[in-house]
Ligand binder design. Structure first.
Ligand code: ATP
Ligand code: MG
Length: 292
């Protein structure tokens, strides 16, 4: 039996105080070792998600923002693909954030993501996000130099200030009816190596490989430190992080799907009620159609 609600909460962090990445095992698969059972459970969660999305859309009150962050080859793309496979494409939008353009660099760092926030009734997915601003930018502080910030605002406190701004922004979203869920796909350094080698072995996967991926890998411990501090500072009840083990893809997908279903169950999703006079109009419409 896959107890999905238990699984959903296992990786959720609502208070980052004292968070240490080394306490979270990338190879963990909870109490599950049977891929087939997990696959059935994933199919169930995906079906549930589709049902909830239909209500979300019809009700038009809430929106859902799912943020994915991870090292390369942790499986962001395939997790998004599998978890969202049952969803009506009209109610869902995925945006990938790469290196910022010149225009984007001429604005505050939230600008480019703000334009892609989900409308009410929709699910928005960020494949990378404004969190890159405290990850890759922190690991490569020279990137800050390209951001045209007034020099006197670039101080040692900049990361702390960004955490504060992100927390305030996510609280603002929550107060406006956006459910914010954040996922860190926690892959191990060894598993990343295996996946890189597999990409090099298979010609169909070569396009996925960039030589710079290996250079970033050399900075693994800097990245892990940045992730740890980020989660410590930005895991909140209104926008929790989920530190999802990512060494087994089948498990990552299930844990992510379970977490989304569980959180959406906390929204009061329901189809809008039909008012009595509206009911009369529907009756009249039926009568008109039947008498044609
Ligand atoms: P894949 O898993 O297929 O490699 P990806 O998400 O890594 O997909 P890429 O095109 O390889 O996509 O890389 C996007 C790159 O853009 C990442 O290295 C990321 O760190 C970088 N990036 C994203 N946002 C920013 C930002 N605000 N400033 C600087 N670099 C950024
Ligand atoms: Mg990449």
């Amino acid at each position: 039996m896959v107890e999905l609600d238990k699984l959903a909460k296992r990786y959720r962090i609502e208070d980052g105080d004292g968070f240490r990445l080394k306490d979270w095992d990338p190879t963990d698969t909870a109490w599950l070792d049977d891929k087939t059972v997990a696959k059935d459970a994933l199919a169930q969660s995906v079906a549930k998600l589709a049902e909830m999305q239909d209500k979300l859309y019809a009700q038009d009150h809430w929106s859902v923002l799912l943020i994915f962050q991870a090292m390369d080859a942790a499986g962001k793309d395939s997790t998004i693909k599998h978890v969202m496979s049952g969803i009506n494409p009209q109610g869902c939008q995925v945006t990938s954030f790469k290196q910022p353009s010149a225009e984007e660099l001429d604005h505050d760092f939230m600008w480019r993501t703000n334009r892609h926030l989900p409308e009410r009734g929709r699910i928005g997915i960020f494949n990378r996000s404004y969190y890159e601003e405290v990850l890759v930018v922190r690991v490569h502080p020279n990137i800050l130099g390209n951001q045209h910030l007034p020099p006197k605002l670039v101080t040692k406190k900049i990361w702390k200030e960004r955490f504060e701004d992100i927390n305030a922004f996510e609280r603002y979203l929550a107060r406006n009816g956006t459910l914010v869920l954040k996922f860190f796909l926690n892959v191990s350094k060894e598993e990343q190596k295996k996946r890189f080698l597999a990409r090099l072995d298979e010609p169909e996967k070569h396009w996925k490989f960039q030589p710079s991926d290996v250079a970033e890998r050399q900075l693994w411990s800097d990245y892990m430190k940045a992730y740890e501090e980020m989660i410590r500072a930005t895991a909140t009840p209104h926008a929790p992080w989920h530190v999802v083990p990512a060494d087994s893809k089948w498990f990552t997908r299930l844990a992510v799907a379970a977490a989304i279903v569980d959180a959406m169950e906390g929204l009061d999703l329901a189809y809008p009620k039909v008012e009595p006079e509206q009911g009369d109009k529907l009756q009249a419409a039926r009568a008109a159609l039947e008498s044609e």
